[in-house]
Design a protein around this ligand. Sequence first.
Ligand SMILES: *[C@@H]1O[C@H](CO)[C@@H](O)[C@H](O)[C@H]1NC(C)=O
Ligand SMILES: *[C@@H]1O[C@H](CO)[C@@H](O)[C@H](O)[C@H]1NC(C)=O
Ligand SMILES: CC(=O)N[C@H]1CO[C@H](CO)[C@@H](O)[C@@H]1O
Ligand SMILES: [Ca+2]
Ligand SMILES: [Ca+2]
Length: 588
Amino acid sequence: MKSFLFLTLSGIILSLWSPVVLGCQNPSTVTNTPQKDWWETAQFYQIYPRSFKDSNGDGIGDLKGITSKLDYLKEIGVTATWLSPIYKSPMADFGYDIADFFDIQDEYGNLDDFAELIKEANSKGLKVILDFVPNHSSDENVWFKKSVARERGYEDFYVWHDGKKDANGNRIPPNNWLQAFRGSAWEWNEQRQQYYLHQFAVKQPDLNYRNPEVVAQMKRVLTYWLDRGVAGFRIDAVPWCFEVKADENGNYPDEPLSGFTDDKDDSSYLRHIYTQDQPETVDMVYQWRKLLDDYQRIHGGDTRVLLIETYSGLDYVMQFYGNKTTQGAQIPFNFQFILNGNKDSEPKRYAEIIKMWLDKMPAGKTPNWVMGNHDQRRVGSRYGKERIDIMNMIQMILPGVSITYMGEELGMLDGDITWEQSKDPAACNSNPQIFQKFTRDPARTPFQWDTSTAAGFSTNPNTWLPVNPNYVDVNVQNERNTKSHLNVYKQMVELRKTDVLKFGTIQYGMVGNGVLVIKRTYKGKSYVLVANILGTPDTVNLSSNTRLNISGSLRVKIPSVDSMKQVGASINIAQLALQQYEALVLES
Ligand SMILES: *[C@@H]1O[C@H](CO)[C@@H](O)[C@H](O)[C@H]1NC(C)=O
Ligand SMILES: *[C@@H]1O[C@H](CO)[C@@H](O)[C@H](O)[C@H]1NC(C)=O
Ligand SMILES: CC(=O)N[C@H]1CO[C@H](CO)[C@@H](O)[C@@H]1O
Ligand SMILES: [Ca+2]
Ligand SMILES: [Ca+2]
């Protein structure tokens, strides 16, 4: 039995942490008692409010619905929940097009409902985090209307340009930049007689972050919601905040061709070296972090956190953690399990994905693990429904922050949404032949509570997206009472409260044909996840990967749903027989 890969990291005791230290540090030599701030070992849970719980029977989830289900969040051990956008919006992009950053969309409720949600959540020890969408506003935002009218103070709130003339004297856009959907990123505005930049839809004009008044205004947005009790922000689409600075004539350079496609309207036709991942964007995030820290200094309370969404390259992502002198975001999302793996991945890929983040992460920072979100297919649909427990167990046993998208704890799967039923603009802007490639609706179907009407999501059988028919089996009520993904998840949550998972070192590697092993150790006590990634049984020798340093006796602590092994059973570490896709947490 060969071991392909071995990795170890003394990641956990902050004062000892160094990316170059390989080999198991003995934590008992640490003199200080380890301390962790609340978020460092937290369990975050993403709620897509439209699909979580409908309180008034209109078929759309809302704030009162969330408030009514806070006990469920407690039940599954959530520390903090982040809500996808609830701000006032014409819903051209389901709330990612904000018309009023200071108010709530009617169908979700109002500011009183929000206050009630915060109050109830806090009384249960739950924190609430809001999505912050800085890259653009809606064209229905009053700021945009004022900018169109060149009102004093708003003239440069957005990125405006006269455009150019072609050889025949016809007006053409300032340069070749493309929007994320299709076509030019510049739209002519008749009233103002200028083009405005929109990196997303026409209805989503880009704010001009080179205008200090815009920067100040967005900071006022953050403060406004901090005053209303939020524990931090998840910041959307960060890479798009800044574009390259205009030259002395006010012009922007063309982006070079990527060579990936001949389709001139496709965003990937160009390499986005001037419209994404600009260094100023990183600095903007540092400024937002400072705002949160200053807020805490003045108003007290727990640390406020920043969660950053970017799918950029790892070297750029890591900059968001901060540098030697400046703090950045506590949690730049780790999307490596989304970007680099799926049901066809080789087993050793799993260990490589873990390594990618841990090896790049700067010293003293906290890792985080994201398996899914509202923009991705369900974890069980991407990695295979046989691996639902495996993915939840990996996420939970790894050090640092775990982030669950609602429903993954139940093993919810993609809904089958037809072209006619589609709601996501990414699907609707395409056509019936290709929409499956773009749609994000399948992961947004209503949450499955029980076997009543609309899976208990709504009293209205006509929900905004159809309920997945598998709700008959896959629902909270059912899964509470049986051997289930939910119960495995809850046991993992309990395990996360132990010192071993909070402070322990990590060692991980492969044994057998395709068995991932993750070992956490603290003060001589270990928990070991053993997960057979493959669909074939395997008998493995856990000692064969000598550098995992597994010896002595181990007992079963948490078996996956289909495992035949009993909790408490001793296992033979030299000859551990695993069924296909079987996963076990063992304890020393
Ligand atoms: C291996 O594990 C044993 C306890 O099982 C421990 O005493 C020893 O220090 C470990 N060795 C290394 C190199 O971590
Ligand atoms: C398991 O691996 C260890 C270390 O390589 C070896 O000493 C032992 O003989 C192996 N046991 C079996 C049953 O293969
Ligand atoms: C990554 C990404 O697309 N982020 C958001 C930025 O804005 C667009 C348009 O509103 C949204 O679709 C995205 O979710
Ligand atoms: Ca509703
Ligand atoms: Ca921008």
